[in-house]
Design a protein around this ligand. Sequence first.
Ligand SMILES: Cc1cc2nc3c(=O)[nH]c(=O)nc-3n(C[C@H](O)[C@H](O)[C@H](O)COP(=O)(O)OP(=O)(O)OC[C@H]3O[C@@H](n4cnc5c(N)ncnc54)[C@H](O)[C@@H]3O)c2cc1C
Length: 380
Amino acid sequence: MDLNIGNNLREIQEAVREFCEQEFDQESLQRYDDEHNYPRELYRKIGERGFIGVGFSEDIGGSGHGALGHVVTVTEMCSSLPGMGMALSLGYLPGFVVDISGTREQREQYIRPVIEGRYIASFSVTEPDSGSNIGSLITKIEDKNDYYVVNGSKMFTTNAGYADFYTLLGRDENALTVVLFDKKVIDENGARRFEIKDLGRKMGINTITSGKLVFSDFHIPKEYAIGQRGEGKKIALAAFELGRIVIAAQAFGGMLYGYQRAVCYAQKRSQFGRPIIKFQSIEHDLVDMYVEIEKCRNLLYKAAWLYDKKDPEANKYISMAKLTIPESAIDVLNRSIDIFGGYGYMRDQGLEGALRDIRVTSIYEGTGRIQKNTIAKILY
Ligand SMILES: Cc1cc2nc3c(=O)[nH]c(=O)nc-3n(C[C@H](O)[C@H](O)[C@H](O)COP(=O)(O)OP(=O)(O)OC[C@H]3O[C@@H](n4cnc5c(N)ncnc54)[C@H](O)[C@@H]3O)c2cc1C
């Protein structure tokens, strides 16, 4: 395995870095966070610049760099400003389910506009009484010959009320099926059959919405099914595999952000007549962070590389990355706050916000404990 990302991806990495330096700033992020929204224009720009498409395949308008391509872009955006990088990447990450399992026409209709930064995606699996155990979900998708009828509710849907299309996993008789619906389907059903309840403020990533979706005899035409009927679990798990790599990349970017900020601050801040970086305990803290970053980089790149090679070992490495990197990111950001002292605790410094934003990476798309279950199942 070659850990060098190659010239092509390095150029993309530099272009993303330059873009973030120009377009992201802490003050605006705080404003978006308060407004519980961010400008669509920013998402459109990363689409137009080709950054969303880096990991998507060329037949649909991407650049074909696969999971490693997603890792490089998302890491770079999140290392610049974690909350902003997370929000933007969460615009397209839920679209993986359609890209991986949709038909050529569905990918043209929904994924090409995602890559161009015109569409925001969403994928609803979690329900009020069904989280980690997706096999227990009860939202019903009933087959009525020409169309499906959906009844039930979905919790924590990212981009609820903001997405251009929704995908959901529901129970179709005894198996699970994934269906898609867009604004046209919502309008045809009318307001009574579909309701979105915003879940309000959360610990972090408040620039994006998390909502509850409620379906009451909601009709979806048959052609909106994703993949084969009854294969929903397999389809969702395939999307989660790639999604978990990208979430580990969000956390990895957050680690880099915390480390870089801490190094700069420790070099500038003086106490007892010398820069605080000259205190061995601070220096050692930074070394610990650096070593952790290198360990995480190796694991993340290896997971993405194995995924792109379709290696049977990929799933184990993806779960290891999804388990470890969020925990390390939380630790690095915490240490970084300590190095900043009282200033680290203040909102305008951005570190406490980054820690709150990154915190969810150990929860969504499978908690750390669920990753351990997956690894254990593979190992023993
Ligand atoms: C900000 C945010 C955005 C989200 N976005 C989406 C989205 O877009 N779409 C979507 O479908 N979902 C989304 N989620 C939901 C998320 O994926 C779930 O919260 C997560 O999978 C955990 O499910 P749960 O919250 O129901 O916890 P539970 O499954 O109830 O788990 C509670 C605790 O029990 C542990 N646990 C459960 N089962 C086991 C087990 N077998 N062994 C050991 N420990 C176990 C868990 O690790 C956890 O610590 C989002 C969540 C958040 C917070």
